[in-house]
Design a protein around this ligand. Sequence first.
Ligand SMILES: NC(=O)c1ccc[n+]([C@@H]2O[C@H](COP(=O)([O-])OP(=O)(O)OC[C@H]3O[C@@H](n4cnc5c(N)ncnc54)[C@H](OP(=O)(O)O)[C@@H]3O)[C@@H](O)[C@H]2O)c1
Length: 289
Amino acid sequence: MRIAVLGSAGQLGRDLCPRLAGEVVPLTRADLDLGNTAGVPAALAAARPDVLVNCAAYNFVDKAETEPEAAFAVNAWGVRALAQACAAAKVKLVHFSTDYVFGLGAARTTPFTEGDAPGPVSAYGISKLAGEYAARTFAPDALVIRTCGLYGVHGSGGKGGNFVETMLRVAGQGKPLRVVADQHCTPSYTVDVATATAALIARGASGLFHVTSAGSCTWHDLAAETFRLAGVAADLTPITSAQFGAPARRPPFSVLSNAKLAAAGVATPREWRAALAAYLAERAAARAG
Ligand SMILES: NC(=O)c1ccc[n+]([C@@H]2O[C@H](COP(=O)([O-])OP(=O)(O)OC[C@H]3O[C@@H](n4cnc5c(N)ncnc54)[C@H](OP(=O)(O)O)[C@@H]3O)[C@@H](O)[C@H]2O)c1
């Protein structure tokens, strides 16, 4: 099986490529630009895959509020073009989405399942939900995986590192950190998401799946656990989302249930603290090596 991975230089793509069973064709924006919808069919034909895994996305959650057309160009219209091209060429599409498709409506305290109605509260979330619908409408056999708060050894594209990296960098500079403690979700290690994704692909799974680390925490909890595990004495203060004042709204609760993943016979990812510990150990090893 020939598996092309778009976004192969991103933090999830980098960890997914080595875990896929088959001949892997890593693709970047230079090979297939989701912002150039007219060029998608020819780019797909050039890669000649049986499966196309799309790890590429416009991921700037706050910036999307002021440039929603840029987010939609990649996350919605680019994915629509990809799904149409995949369906026409009989290529299986695998696509990633986000817990930020949730957040609207009454306060929630139980993990969201794939059957729960989405309701995004940000331009980014709306663009990603549009992408989910486009993938599943135009490529009915598509596998769509929602995940959350990714951190991986390869950092995150143009974001200058993931949340954990940012916490360690700022603490290392001796600066105080004020981190939101009223958003509950499950930040996830890219290695664990990649492992479960590879298993779903190997099973030929289709439809919508949630794949995150187990359990849940706030961003403040994640920062505190990072510093505890790394042995860093940081000046860390919990604040509210309102105090932080980010341009984009975030869900107060967007914990995703992995029950469908388990029912599909795939080993579910470890608990978030164990995943974070593994990440910090592998990050240290990568830096030493
Ligand atoms: N990061 C998170 O916290 C998070 C949370 C939930 C869901 N997700 C989803 O998980 C998936 C992987 O995220 P990630 O963190 O691995 O992202 P990432 O590290 O930011 O990588 C995204 C990749 O997409 C590429 N890309 C951007 N625009 C493109 C375009 N127009 N055409 C082709 N490639 C393009 C980027 O290439 P360039 O370097 O050339 O820009 C980059 O290599 C995405 O679908 C994302 O929405 C992420």
